[in-house]
Design a protein around this ligand. Structure first.
Ligand SMILES: Cc1ncc(COP(=O)(O)O)c(C=O)c1O
Length: 388
């Protein structure tokens, strides 16, 4: 066997021994926050369908329409009128001059970050940034400086050090594994002080943060001047219950990405059927005030009911609730015990989270009912007894 393949065998074996082996299951989302997973119907606390829109009958109908794909990159002949309408709506709704569509949030970052910054420049990353942001930063060739999670004093210090080239600060808004929120206003103030730009990944904030679900810029009430320093990423795979992403920014930056973001220039545009679905979805997000209120109630319920568990919930007022376990094996055991009780709340292990911080990631949705959360906490209490 080739030495390379033998090496892979060894690597795979090591992952299994360390209980870090990842496996997929055949999964099908079902109504009312349920999921079919390998043929078993489970109460689902794993998805990011925060507003429960993935099962909305109106959107399911649109997705099913037989409309041709974009057939080419937006720059060749893949920019359909529906894509143009969606970009305009998104820019207006999110409060920016312009927007560009991408097939996913991951692809958006991989294209846009290296288009902004490169060799000789410096990127400043929160330590808990999403993997896509780290990969995109590396791809750019810029020097990478990492600051501790939400530590603005440290970021100020790093930004103040003499460095050649341009500076780009990159942060999640709502951190996907901890549920914490970045101090976006302070990030922008630091960017202003040190002449940097801010790339903000609002994958988990869009639809749920802010009075009207317009995400972190609305939550922090960013002014037009502040927004000029911001490149905003919104995705449709979480609260929108669909898939795809957009970058919102100034006209100038959007024009620049149209020239130079490779994942925009060299990738097939979003299918028109998908754009139609996202336009309808945007209207539903605008009207989703009742779901946002319900979600807040669910967060409160989970926090109150979890008080007497032997594990602590990480501090978070968002639908991302992490039950901190510590080591990998007990986290896996706990997830498995819940699975046997018909509940799917996955264990998250390194390298997705730091070592010794394995956890159950509980994702709340407006599609849950209060009794679903009660059932989850009851199951956790029972698991605590049986795993003692
Ligand atoms: C914070 C964050 N950013 C970006 C992404 C990638 O978005 P997408 O799923 O649209 O590729 C994710 C998805 O897991 C995410 O959690």
């Amino acid at each position: 066997m080739s030495a390379f393949l033998a090496h892979l065998d060894q690597q795979l074996e090591t992952l299994k021994t360390r209980k870090l082996w990842r496996q997929r299951a055949i999964s099908r989302p079902l109504p009312n926050a349920h999921i079919e997973r390998n043929g078993q119907v489970l109460l689902n606390f794993a998805g990011n369908d925060y507003l429960g829109l993935s099962q909305h009958p109106q959107l399911k109908r649109l997705e099913a329409q037989d409309v041709a794909g974009a057939t080419a990159s937006p720059l060749i002949c893949g920019h359909h009128a529906l894509a143009q309408a969606l970009e305009q709506e998104l820019a207006e709704w999110s409060g920016f001059e312009a927007s560009r569509l991408f097939v996913s949030g991951y692809q958006a970052s991989l294209g846009v970050i290296p288009a902004l910054i490169g060799t000789g420049d410096t990127i400043f990353c929160d330590r808990l940034n999403h993997a896509s942001l780290i990969d995109a930063s590396r791809l750019s060739g810029a020097r990478l400086r990492v600051y501790p999670h939400r530590d603005m004093a440290r970021l100020d210090d790093l930004l103040g050090r003499p460095a050649p080239g341009f500076k780009l600060v990159i942060s999640d808004s709502l951190f996907s594994m901890d549920g914490t929120i970045a101090p976006v206003d302070e990030l922008i103030a630091l960017c202003e002080r040190h002449d940097a730009l801010l790339y903000l990944d609002d994958a988990h904030g869009l639809g749920i943060l802010g009075e009207n679900g317009r995400g972190a810029p609305e939550l922090f009430q960013l002014t037009t001047t502040q927004r000029r320093r911001l490149i905003y990423l919104g995705t449709f795979g979480k609260a929108a219950g669909q898939g795809g992403a957009f970058i919102a920014c100034s006209h100038k930056l959007a024009d620049w990405f149209t020239q130079s973001a490779h994942s925009y220039v060299y990738s097939t545009g979003l299918a028109p059927a998908h754009c139609a679905s996202l336009l309808a979805c945007l209207q539903l997000i605008k009207q989703a005030q009742p779901q946002r209120t319900l979600l807040k109630e669910h967060i409160q319920t989970l926090q109150t009911l979890s008080q007497y568990l032997p594990w602590r919930l990480a501090p978070s007022d968002t639908p991302v609730q992490s039950l901190l376990i510590g080591e990998v094996e007990p986290a896996l055991q706990l997830a498995e015990t819940l699975l046997q009780k018909g509940i799917w709340a996955p264990a998250i292990r390194p390298p997705t989270v730091p070592r010794h911080q394995a956890r159950l990631r509980i994702s709340l949705s407006a599609a849950h009912r209060q009794q679903d959360i009660e059932k989850l906490v009851q199951a956790l209490h029972e698991a605590a007894q049986s795993l003692r």
